[in-house]
Design a binder for this molecule. Structure first.
Ligand code: ATP
Length: 501
């Protein structure tokens, strides 16, 4: 199956089965916005809970918050987004089609544009006399386009009321830092986490869920003592020390080498990362992605080149996934130093530091930030789990990530006792919080195919024997093997097979 084909197939399967489809579809859709149907929303909930379980509940000293989506102008002035959160826009003089300059260059000249400045991109467009791909018209001069959605708070449209929809959840963790630190009596190191929607008015949203205008961030700001950036506790290192990951460091990229597999211990010894906490957060993030079900052979860690790294960052890595449209950023992990706390402190005139009682000094912590886009995780998972077999198409989701976990089928819908028994089993299993799909329509073979397509790991079929011996058939999605299981053992068996703990 070609790569373009894979993306097309997933997009159409998602639409046909109501998993994920364009928002305002009956009006023609809006680029960069998608709605989730019952299967899609459950898949999203499942990944979100798995994230919360691994990064908040099971970790020590990570505190979750939920902040406003709309924040006043001053927040974005302080963070630098007002000034710098821009892409380069270029418009066709003839047909008015708008392009993101770097995308247009990548598509027409097939060259990398990471880290290129406004001036550099403008120059490349002129030098190569790039024309509008749509109508071959001449392009106007480039302009900087701020990606934030602007609004006003209240009726008066004055600049003092200007506000913006957040383009990331991170800033709230900085502006709420002091209150969370004090109320949770947190000492360094500790983290503040947030799951929530972000908004970016992308110039050219594309590639299904990859580049959206409304999406969900999973972010952690992890605060460490500026002098303790290598002080990672042994028990945390033990969790990642045996991992092997594909690495693409700055020197490798300069020499145009391929990514190479390295052991965590080798990476640490060679000091490829700015500090041990940054390495830990990158490795633990990678491990989580693999446990979600992403194909590890399609994951690599790429270090930002100096010209693409934010000016305040000491080091920055992307976890990239080989999507059907190429290697792209799925997650960013940055050593943001003390830049954000200091900037907000300056603009708010509030002290954003932490008092270390033993040493009786105040320090501004440094921040390690892992930031995932939930939709990019979903798209990578869909591409990893999609399988075509001779007679069926299926998503091989890990059982604990699968949206619907169990399908319940009465063998025949016109036998009242069988239907009644099936509904009873469904009700009982629902008490254990399993997400059940009950279906009595069409042949049993067809029903199996339908649930395979949306990745349901187990199907329970109730037949004539059930009425005699209180057992049911449990079918495994991947092997298609069937076993006979007593009804009384079902809940416990599924609890074991569907748990991620
Ligand atoms: P890109 O370079 O692809 O625009 P970015 O570097 O601006 O991404 P960050 O600001 O680092 O992205 O945001 C962190 C994560 O948020 C990204 O790794 C990605 O998973 C997700 N993300 C960012 N922009 C989008 C978007 N427009 N649609 C979907 N997810 C996004």
């Amino acid at each position: 199956m070609s790569k373009e084909n894979l993306n097309e197939k997933i997009v159409s399967l998602c639409a046909n089965r109501g998993i994920i489809f364009p928002s305002a579809e009956i009006y023609g859709g809006v680029a960069g916005f998608f709605d989730y149907g019952p299967v899609g929303v459950t898949l999203k909930n499942r990944i979100r809970s798995f994230w919360r379980s691994e990064f908040i509940i099971k970790m020590n000293s990570i505190y979750e918050i939920e902040s406003s989506i709309i924040l006043p102008r001053i927040v974005w002035e302080a963070s630098g987004h007002l000034e710098g959160f821009t892409d380069v826009l270029v418009e066709c003089k003839k047909c008015q089609t708008q392009y993101r300059a770097d995308h247009l260059i990548q598509d027409t000249l097939k060259i990398a544009t990471d880290g290129k400045s406004f001036e550099e991109l403008s120059e490349i467009l002129i030098k190569n006399t790039i024309k509008c791909p749509n109508c071959k018209g001449e392009l106007a001069s480039t302009q900087k386009f701020n990606l934030m959605f602007k609004t006003h708070i209240g009726a008066a449209k004055q600049s003092v009321n200007e506000a913006f929809l957040r383009p990331e959840t991170a800033q709230a963790m900085f502006i709420d830092f002091k209150r969370i630190q004090q109320t949770m009596r947190a000492s360094l190191p500790f983290g503040i986490a947030q799951i929530g929607r972000s908004y970016r008015n992308e110039i050219s949203p594309r590639n299904f869920l990859f580049r959206l205008r409304e999406f969900e961030h999973l972010e952690i700001e992890f605060f460490v003592h500026p002098a303790g950036k290598d002080d990672l506790p042994d028990e945390l290192w033990a969790k990642v020390k045996d991992l092997q990951v594909a690495i693409l460091s700055i020197p490798q990229q300069e020499k145009e080498e391929e990514a190479k597999l390295m052991k965590a211990s080798e990476i640490l010894e060679q000091r490829i990362f700015s500090c041990k906490w940054l390495l830990y957060w990158t490795l633990i993030s990678y491990d989580w992605l693999v446990r979600v079900g992403l194909d590890p052979s399609k994951l690599r860690l790429r270090q930002h080149m100096l010209n693409e790294r934010a000016h305040y960052a000491a080091d920055c890595w992307d976890i990239e996934f080989q999507y059907s449209f190429g290697w792209k950023e799925l997650q960013g992990i940055a050593d943001r130093t003390d830049y954000d706390l200091k900037k907000h402190s300056k603009f708010s005139k509030k002290e954003l530091n932490i008092h270390l009682t033993e040493e009786n000094i105040k320090v501004v912590p440094h921040v390690i930030e892992p930031s995932w886009g939930l939709e990019r995780v979903i798209q990578a998972l869909l591409e990893s789990a999609y399988v075509e077999e001779k007679e069926r198409t299926l998503f091989k989701f890990n059982s604990y990530i699968a949206p619907f976990q169990i399908a319940v089928f009465p063998l025949m819908k016109n036998r009242e006792e069988i239907v009644e028994r099936s509904k009873e089993i469904t009700t009982n299993l629902k008490q254990f919080n399993f997400q059940i799909l009950y279906d009595e329509k069409s042949s049993i073979g067809r029903r199996y195919r339908r649930v395979d397509e949306i990745g349901v790991p187990f199907a329970v079929t109730i037949d004539f024997d059930t009425l005699e011996d209180n057992t049911v058939t449990v079918r495994d999605r991947d092997s298609m093997e069937q076993e006979r299981v007593p009804i009384k053992n079902l809940a416990e068996m599924f609890q074991k097979r569907l748990s991620f703990i």
